[in-house]
Ligand binder design. Sequence first.
Ligand code: HEC
Ligand code: HEC
Length: 329
Amino acid sequence: MPRLTVAIAACTVAIPFVLPAQREPFAVPAWAFPFAAPLSPAPRPDSVLLHSVPGSSVRFTMKQVQNGFDIPDWFPRQHAPMPPSVQYGVRPDGRACGYCHLPDGQGRPENGTLAGLPVEYAVRQVRAFRDGTRVSASPVAATGPMHTVAKGVTDEQVREAAVYYARIRPTRRNVIREVRQVPTTRIAGLLYAYDGNDTEPIAGRLIEVPETLERHDLRDPWVPYITYVPEGSIPRGKRLAVRGPTGAATACTTCHGPRLLGVGDVPPIAGRSPSNMLRQLINFRTRARRDSTALPMYAVSDAMSIDDMVAVSAYVGSLVPAARRSPTR
Ligand code: HEC
Ligand code: HEC
């Protein structure tokens, strides 16, 4: 453990602190960063067959679903009108934010939820992607698309999107299952998908899959995502979140708020995609995230093993992501 405990002479109090230089070596687990190279050349999306998703009367062709400069919107009445940066983007490199993070900002495991993020935090993160102070701990399955977008848009366009998304209430779409055996999966793009009817040992991993890959590929914002984790992860994660890996100073609740719904510019983490959260903890641990405000997360991530990170991501992902609206407001 990277923690050093100094016992002050003649005193029973132990003061834990972290020496960055003496951090234990940390091996980035490849399974946490699924990546399958896209087909090259990419097949031309079909422009004839009309697709639908449950609960929507809208129909789109695959060509429309894959248009990053006029994005598919299955549920236009579930959110306010999108600003241009979210709906149309900026050619040639600034694909519309809603293409990947979806019109209602619920996002997908490979890119993350923007709904409810503090405006200043979101703007700062996009700047960090632009200047390279936020990258990925994995050389593959990286944050590449976001770097391209960040360079293709102005700060004003990012702010317009951030303000729009900040007003949307995030919703929980996660189902967390503690298991010994996990259904067999394959890698589809940047996430896992069910493959066959077998199971295999979970072996310490966190595997998040869409209920159906078809709905994920259609960019259906309501497709549930199921996360498989080892047995005992949720109570273990709860202990870490509330008591902290090294005590109150590193308890998630200390900075992210008692229900992990965020405080000021510290982002909300309750109910976010567990696989995305796990990657962020690894990104802090390896200093792939080096933006100006990442520092508080170093002591936290340094104090956790990969099993701890899996556990806390599962627990935090299982929480309700937004405060219930007061009936009087
Ligand atoms: C082509 C896909 C794509 C588009 C378009 C896109 N993003 Fe992203 N975004 C990503 C990926 C990938 C990540 C990185 C996730 C990670 O770190 O693992 C990301 C991460 C982010 C984050 C960090 C979220 C967090 O919780 O830390 C913010 C903020 C963000 N994007 C804002 C935007 C904005 C604003 C736009 C539009 C101007 C946009 N994105 C357009 C793919 C995209
Ligand atoms: C000392 C304060 C502090 C503590 C304790 C803390 N965090 Fe954070 N956390 C932050 C700050 C500040 C950020 C924003 C970092 C940035 O701007 O890059 C953050 C960011 C994050 C992110 C990235 C969110 C995103 O949208 O990408 C995750 C995930 C996270 N924290 C998880 C945790 C977990 C899990 C714990 C408990 C084990 C925890 N944090 C404890 C201050 C803290």
